[in-house]
Ligand binder design. Sequence first.
Ligand code: SF4
Ligand code: SF4
Length: 437
Amino acid sequence: MQTSFTEAQLADPEIAVANDILRTCVHCGFCTATCPTFVTLGDELDSPRGRIYLIKDMLENNRPAGDEEVLHIDRCLSCLSCMTTCPSGVNYMHLVDHARVHIENTYKRPFTDRLLRNVLARILPYPKRMRLALGLARLGKPFGFLLAGQSMFLLRLRAMLNLAPAKLPPAQSLGGTVHKPAGETKGRVALLAGCAQQAIAPSINNATIALLNRLGIEVVIPAAAGCCGALVHHMGRHDEALAAARRNVAAWSAENLDAIIVNTSGCGTVLKDYGFLLRNDSMAAQAVAISAKTKDISEYLLKVYEPTQAAPEMTVAYHAACSLQHGQQITSAPKLLLRKAGFNVVEPKDAHLCCGSAGTYNIMQPEIAASLRRRKLDTLKAKAPDVIAAGNIGCLTQLAGDGVPTVHMVELLDWMAGGAKPAALLTRHSRESGNLL
Ligand code: SF4
Ligand code: SF4
């Protein structure tokens, strides 16, 4: 694609990167067929190619973002399905990230929009605040009928209430802890404990630590490490994202680690991009090293996992989180591990399409997210699974509550290696199918 940035514009390193990306796009349109928003809405401006044109026009003309760009770029899930499909290697992720920063810096959103985004950015990255908010949302659930109405603000509030779990699990605070294996220590890793995950599903971190310990791996969670920054990064809050990245890079660089393990694939994609995010920073070299050491839990386990007991007869529908399959190009490891553990693994026919979770997307774009959720659940349930497994808490929350239990794949792997049976299966299968007990 031809671009027409001036020399002065190209002197800005961010514009120079955007220019290089734009020039790789040959506007073939292959990406449109696998874009969830284009598939759902059918509007070219809600396709990757359409968004690329909008971003190009906005940046070349050096103008503030307008309503049209914001509407269509906000609707993008950052699922990165388009990057998997694109034959020209267009780095849409870096382009849309830059567009979001441009929007944040040049566009004044409506008051309720700003309010909600600020609240989310101040709560979700902090597990204790998140837990408090979930508790309040639970109390507010019975009064959800008071939010009747179709304004986007009310739809978003209802979506927040709907996402609150019926019961809050025990509080988890892993910062500053070290978990040593009982026997010989064969390796040492840091675990990114996640923010929402600690509040919503602490069992995922517990299973990860227990499994790694059983395999002889020491697990550390440095107190100084925190949220990966993905949430604010995807809101275009560049400085906050950089601050989170710097803090984590410093915390992990101070430890002697074989790997940084991530069991929330949405966070893993951002960690693996720290090298790019901090490329102009004094910590650039450390950030590259941290990105290189970052491993999704399925990537890490692939060589070392061994089940110790026979699996029950059980069909697991594997839902591939976009951040794992498109963001990190990890497609086979989770399925190989689940099969090694002895489960019958099936996949939905639209495995490449997003479930609509996408960070805060299911709150900020509740209608599209609900449509994608329904579609994904229908194709998953068409495979008659006993359980739906994924490697990302956002997807698990999005797909929960429709009659099939959802568990993180590491909980299943831990179970078959001597760990506890996932709680989501205890309640359902003890009632409905004794064969799993
Ligand atoms: S598939 Fe790639 S090259 Fe083709 S229009 Fe989409 S982004 Fe551009
Ligand atoms: S990231 Fe996903 S939603 Fe956004 S343009 Fe690409 S395929 Fe479409």
